[in-house]
Design a protein around this ligand. Structure first.
Ligand SMILES: NC(=O)c1ccc[n+]([C@@H]2O[C@H](COP(=O)([O-])OP(=O)(O)OC[C@H]3O[C@@H](n4cnc5c(N)ncnc54)[C@H](O)[C@@H]3O)[C@@H](O)[C@H]2O)c1
Length: 369
């Protein structure tokens, strides 16, 4: 088991990374004396898979509040239903929320924790790869508004992030891949050795190994390393810039073009990691065109993402429309589009003066029309 500290003065907390440790959560909550009473917020699938395992660890059974599955339920109406549920069960300022699910549940439950009675304690128990390596760490909570994703929210740190890596064994292959895009991102922005480690192990990073008990054990060991290393990198960035005033923006590597593609395709054709994968290749190609980055790094990045089964081409999306979508992206600050561009592995710069013609050339190279 690994324990990674997120050092944020009086808001510091541990990220606990283990394997098959979910039933130990109740004991941790008890020993830390967190919460006079405990409420689990989850979705029906995750509740069926893992709810009992969590509840079993508590002497007094926590009440469970379910939210339907899917991004479209990450909204204020659903948050209000959760407030109703908490109030009905008599949740107080000293109650504890356990968020048990992927990034949607984490963002929503974290937001409810941040706002119910002006803020109550919560623990993130992320169950997807994406939420284990990214969404559960750093205290960004929130819900969507019809006009913009994640528009309403708060920075509100959890008491702990409790990770059981074995939970990812039940993820569909596509959900595992979406998390892998963020894992690759960490290698590019912060850690060249980690990038090399991913290159060396890429052929094991899929759901096949979970099909048989022997290969599953070996695979989960590898995943434990991957989740811990990713969590360390995210924690380090969050520590230096808790409220995304500067450095934390490097976590948006691949997200500028990625968000444009997601919104252009109305969040249907690509999931987040797939769009980020295309966005990372686009950013690397832009960096190479600006002579900031050697082409062999672009090739290595593309080869790694290809091996992991993530998209790296644009498949006939109209380049003009992607560029138009860029300018309505929320990263437009003072009319400028921010790009996080690699200069080499583990070194990125933020540029707000990339000419749109360079962006178009890079997208054309990727099969855009
Ligand atoms: N707060 C942040 O810093 C941050 C960062 C990145 C992403 N996000 C948010 O995260 C969300 C995406 O999260 P996600 O990719 O985890 O998707 P998700 O939460 O929608 O989960 C995907 C699906 O997987 C299912 N699932 C969850 N755990 C499972 C398991 N162990 N086995 C089988 N199925 C399981 C869920 O029921 C869900 O249908 C977005 O809303 C995004 O905005 C937040």
């Amino acid at each position: 088991m690994a324990k990674i500290k997120v050092e944020l003065k009086d808001r510091s907390y541990d990220i606990i990374v283990g394997c098959d440790n979910l039933s130990e959560l109740g004991e941790l909550v008890r020993s830390e004396k967190w919460g006079r009473d405990v409420f689990i917020i989850t979705d029906p699938l995750v509740n069926d898979l893992y709810g009992d395992l969590v509840r079993k660890g508590f002497k007094t059974k926590p009440k469970t509040l379910e939210v339907p599955r899917g991004e479209r339920f990450k909204n204020l109406r659903v948050a209000e239903k959760l407030y109703d549920g908490l109030a009905r069960y008599g949740a107080h300022r000293d109650s504890l929320i356990i968020s048990l699910g992927g990034g949607v549940i984490g963002d929503l439950a974290g937001f409810v924790a941040a706002t119910y009675m002006r803020g109550i304690d919560y623990i993130q128990v992320p169950t997807t790869l994406l939420s284990q390596v990214d969404a559960s760490i750093g205290g960004k909570t929130g819900v969507n508004h019809p006009k913009c994703k994640n528009m309403i929210g708060a920075f509100y740190q959890p008491k702990a992030v409790f990770i059981d890596v074995s939970l990812i064994a039940t993820l569909p292959a596509r959900e595992l891949r979406t998390g892998l895009a963020e894992v690759v991102k960490y290698g590019v922005i912060e850690d060249a050795d980690f990038f090399k480690f991913l290159e060396a192990n890429a052929h094991h990073l899929n759901t096949k190994a979970f099909e048989n008990e022997d290969t599953k054990r070996a695979a989960l060991k590898l995943w434990q390393t991957i989740v811990s290393e990713s969590a360390k990198i995210k924690a380090k960035v969050v520590e230096k810039d808790e409220r995304e005033a500067g450095l934390r923006m490097i976590l948006n590597f691949g997200h500028t073009v990625g968000h444009a593609i997601e919104s252009l395709t109305r969040y249907r054709a690509y999931n987040h990691g797939e769009a980020v994968s295309i966005g990372m290749v686009a950013a690397a190609r832009i960096a190479s065109r600006l002579r900031l980055l050697e082409t062999d790094v672009v090739d290595r990045l593309k080869a790694l993402l290809d091996k992991l089964g993530l998209p790296t081409e644009i498949d006939s999306l109209p380049v003009d429309k992607i560029v138009a979508a860029l300018s309505i992206d929320k990263k437009v600050i003072g009319g400028k589009v921010n790009f996080v561009l690699p200069e080499k592995l583990a070194k990125v710069v933020i540029k707000d003066d990339v000419s749109l013609s360079v962006v178009k050339q890079a997208l054309n190279e990727m099969g855009g029309q």
